[in-house]
Design a protein around this ligand. Structure first.
Ligand code: SAH
Ligand code: SF4
Ligand code: F3S
Length: 430
């Protein structure tokens, strides 16, 4: 008999990808179909994120609300990074939970559902050669893992503790999957890893020498792939060869995520990021010089414990100078087990003020940039169509809305920008 699976995914693209795998494995090996209604589910899975403290704390109230509405014999499973970080503690605190399955243990999903109160969070488990069931719903976008784990030890970050050491996935498996997804309708491939441009440093099987630049070249040879994206590259590993490939390869989207974290050398050092503001700027300038219309995104942490006022000004200065097209900004959140955990936190009123100043500055930058877009033409791939019209992304990552016209999802159109409404861009096809 077919059973029903409800899954809620938190966190980053890696978790979204893990959820895809969970769904496919359970569909094929345990006869589950997806439902959007937790009340009718036989299995409720929360795929959790641990990167900041608040969502981790909220997990228990979340479990409580699902336990209250679930069918009497439905099971609850906790997967993902908080599962890795807290393990058994989850079942102790929330006895309604039936199993805990850590990130990088996803291949065990179809067996763990039959075990009572099982906790499987092995941090060294190697899934890099495991071929997951692949009956993922047809989509114009395909997320494909190219590595698991992370070898860096940024002093604020829990990810190396939840996802373990970095292992690259063999190139033939990546290419095989990309081809299968293209045959299934994908036009855009997003290569995933915590450090994508460190690809090829360590495999768990004998493997030919390869780096990220070469992998990009191999992926772009696949017929039918129209756009290649990747997330996240690390600024430290952005060598000239990589930047030149990024700029010259027509299939690579000209949007790049460059997680800066801070603009201050002192803070970058304490964060153990491995680069300076000068290096970061040098890489940005190299990219901009080869690719003038590039879109650049970033992540910034404000109020890292050692961040003084002048360090924060250094961050503002970099943001002003680089004019990021996208910026995700967060207040530092202490994570148990990380190097920075015991450092004295900055007063929350100061932290909030800094975040507000940074975000206001970025809003101004976005407004200015949006105004400059009027009358520019972009090649847009349509991603969503509704009664209101269509929307899609330009090659450099801008979201563009085309009101009143129903275009075909997955097709490309030349669109001229006609209007900017508070930073949102509208255009018409030409
Ligand atoms: N591998 C990526 C980041 C993955 S985590 C990289 O190196 O850039 C995603 C983002 O969460 C990070 O870029 C960082 O900005 C934020 N983050 C990570 N740990 C954090 C913490 N302890 N407090 C606040 N933000 C954090
Ligand atoms: Fe975390 Fe740093 Fe690894 Fe990114 S590179 S996942 S921030 S430890
Ligand atoms: Fe969160 Fe884990 Fe991703 S902590 S950001 S889901 S790697």
């Amino acid at each position: 008999m077919t059973k029903k699976l409800f899954i809620k995914t938190f966190g980053c693209a890696m978790n979204t990808r893990d959820s895809d795998h969970i769904i496919a494995e359970l569909k094929e090996k345990a006869n589950y179909n997806l439902t959007q209604d937790a009340k009718e589910a036989d299995l409720i899975i929360l795929n959790t994120c641990s990167v900041r403290e608040k969502p981790e704390k909220k997990l228990f109230s979340e479990i409580g609300s699902y336990a209250a509405i679930k069918k009497i014999d439905a099971k609850i499973g906790i997967c993902g990074c908080t599962a890795s970080a807290l393990g058994e503690e989850i079942i102790k605190k929330a006895p309604s939970v039936d199993f805990v399955l850590g990130a990088r243990n996803v291949s065990k999903i179809s067996s763990i559902i039959h075990k009572e109160k099982a906790v499987e969070i092995e941090i060294n488990h190697d899934e890099s050669n495991y071929e997951f069931c692949n009956n993922i719903e047809s989509n114009i976008r395909a997320l494909i893992n190219i590595s698991i784990g992370c070898d860096k030890k940024c002093s604020y970050c829990i990810v190396p503790f939840t996802r373990g050491k970095e292992i690259s996935i063999p190139t033939n498996l990546i290419l095989k999957e990309a081809k299968a997804r293209v045959e299934n309708g994908a036009k855009e491939i997003i290569l995933l890893g915590q450090n994508v441009n460190n690809y090829g440093t360590r495999f768990s099987i004998p493997h030919e020498k390869i780096n990220f630049t070469k992998l990009l070249q191999e992926v772009s040879k696949i017929d039918g792939i129209e756009r290649i994206k990747f997330v996240s590259p690390h600024p430290l590993h952005m060598d000239d060869e990589f930047i030149e490939e990024f700029a010259s390869n027509k299939k690579i989207s000209k949007y790049i995520h460059m997680p800066m974290q801070s603009g201050s050398n002192a803070v970058l050092k304490d964060m153990k990021r491995g680069y300076t503001r000068e290096w970061f700027l040098n890489r940005v300038n190299k990219i901009k010089s080869l690719c003038p219309d590039v879109g650049i995104g970033t992540d910034i942490i404000v109020a890292f414990p050692s961040e003084k006022e002048e360090d924060f000004y250094d961050t503002l200065d970099m943001v002003k100078n680089i004019e990021f097209d996208t910026m995700y900004s967060f207040i530092y959140s202490p994570r148990k087990g990380t190097l920075a955990f015991n450092m004295k936190e900055i007063d929350s009123s100061i932290a909030n003020m800094r975040l507000e100043i940074l975000q206001n500055l970025h809003k101004q930058i976005l407004n200015k940039k949006a105004k400059n877009e009027i009358n520019k033409t972009h090649r847009v791939m349509i991603e969503n169509v509704s009664d209101k019209g269509s929307e899609g992304r330009s090659d450099n990552g801008r979201l563009i809305k085309i009101d009143g016209t129903k275009l075909s999802i997955g097709n490309f159109y030349d669109v001229v920008i006609t209007k900017n409404e508070n930073g949102s861009l509208f255009g018409k096809t030409i």
